[in-house]
Design a binder for this molecule. Sequence first.
Ligand code: NAP
Ligand code: SF4
Length: 674
Amino acid sequence: MNRYPHLLAHLDFGFLRLRNRIVMGAMHTRLETLDRPVDRLVAFYAARARGETGLILTGGFAPNLEGRIDAEGPLLCDDSQLDEHRAICAAVHREGGHIALQILHTGRYAKLPECVAPSAIRSRINRYTPRALSAQDIRRTIDDFARTAQLAREAGYDGVEIMGSEGYLINEFTAPVTNQRDDEYGGSIANRCRFAEEIVGAVRRACGDDFLLVYRISSIDLVEGGTSADDTVELARRIESAGASILNTGIGWHEAPVPTIAASVPRAAWSFAVRRVKGTVSIPVIASNRINTPELANALLADGTADLVSMARPLLADPEFAKKAREGRADEIAPCIACNQSCLDLIFTQRSASCLVNPRAGHEIEFSDAPAEAHRRVAVVGAGPAGMAFSVDAAARGHSVTLYEAADAIGGQLNLARVVPGKGEFDELLRYFRVRLQRLGVELKLGKRVDADGLVADAFEEIVLATGVTPRVPELPGIDHPKVVSYVDVLSGRKSVGQRVAIIGAGGIGFDVAEYLLGDAEESRSPGNFLSAWNVDPSARNGGLDRDGMSPARPTSRRVYMFQRKRDKLGAGLGKTTGWILKARLHKAGVEMTSGAQYTAIDDDGLHYVVDGEARVLPVDNVVICAGQQSERALYDELVSRGIRLRLIGGADVAAELDAARAIEQAVRLAAAI
Ligand code: NAP
Ligand code: SF4
């Protein structure tokens, strides 16, 4: 008996049987912008099928030119475009998987001057105002959806997903705020559903009954004036009657002022909206958003929330998620930590997706699983992200690895990140490395500050230094004052700080320290607290957002002041999809942010600084230094001076703008090369 009977149960549609309930949600990877795009896409999807994913949904393909996400956006409207799709479908089928193509018309979100919508109302996240579709345009668009679905069938796809959520075109028809038409496609709920129903009907007629038709419904829009819960329920019923095989559930529009998938969103926080849809229809329903473990996925199926579970990012992090769950190796699943750093943040800044935890994602063709030609004795110094990732991959290739760590625990800087409210998922990453290091037989020497003599005496064939970073200490009068503490002291709990705190340096760590000092871990653990902190109305009378506007200020007795020398707005370098969340939370907690500051001294009176030529003093109990890092290279310098050949990775190599993504990628690439 396996531990996840609901998740691993097959699902039979008569003409097709899914091997389990795990769906890879659609994600636009932008792999088509890299070299050898077809090979990459084939390898990317084949890896997820080989990992036993039940159903794969591709990234979105537009059914016509004005429906593309931008001028380069993927499109499927002509049979001359079918070769790449045939190759993808064949590869997935060879691995025993199933795959459906997502048809996405982006409506008023298209970054195109010719974008269209039900009504000519511009989105706040697009500079282009859409043209309202005429009745004739609507008929043509419905035909375009049917044509794309037919092409998908011809290419070998097992079905299509019609994207009706996230604020894209179909969702714009269903929500009153974007549909102000007075013809048969606007006004009453029956009229607002008509476009969606006609698309589903046309696709079903074009593709026949033995074809999966997934419709992604917006289970809660999270915009004022969005679809109400009653209207969502009505839409779900109509979509089922029109011929859908499965209802997938989307959460929130792209312009919603509420985080929906970031790490600070508690796991499965949106199940209430999925349950509402599930309670309405008799076709299978897919749950999505912030579901990243087989335990949770299985529990959501067991308690009747849904019939399948969609995971996009978790399958970037580990393409073998389903296989490992089936084989009883769930503790070896590389976890998605919901950081968005190497996936959505890259996609939304016009780069291709990968994964912080699994840099092979999207780069499958650049790696081989072949064992190393010669097995070597390798010493790795430093068990931070770079050292752990290298050790695991090198051991998996057959090398004999000894990993030295001066501290009593593995993790390095990850141990600091994990205590920040909303970053609890880093615990999962540490758990993963701990399990993998042990199973692969890496000899772990904790609490051992190895020196050059020790490494030389052991005659290792390869030495890899991942000794990490030390915090930069700015040259500033009073830097030795007892008020001054480093971010390491604060996040490690070695030093406590008072009620009035200044933070020098506003990079990722300065923001993390501010969040830690104001801490509200409850919000990221309890769905109820999270929803009320972000003003979400679960009964969705008005699109799911409380009309009363701003959520209440965060209760905090501590005053935090953040500073940087640059004149830019603070937080400009934070991740595209998560920085706004952090800034909104700190704003609500009354954090004061000062840019263009020149620090002149720290003394008993507090922090002295100059802004716009004016000298000021801020009375504070403590000043936390978050001024970046420098490479820790003492051991490197000594080994090099003795003429010893070695490799340097992670922060010990380059400290500037170091993040775990860069450290892990460098480590994984080196392990693949030795
Ligand atoms: P960072 O991003 O390089 O920021 C360092 C900060 O210190 C800057 O605000 C800089 O601003 C200031 N600074 C630099 N030299 C200084 C000096 N001599 N005196 C005073 N101030 C100085 O470094 P970090 O915040 O330590 O983050 C390290 C890496 O971790 C980053 O690359 C980041 O990607 C990653 N990280 C990201 C997140 C996130 O995105 N949420 C969270 C944690 C860590 P001025 O020069 O303008 O003063
Ligand atoms: Fe998950 Fe982060 Fe990887 Fe994206 S980059 S898939 S959020 S772990």
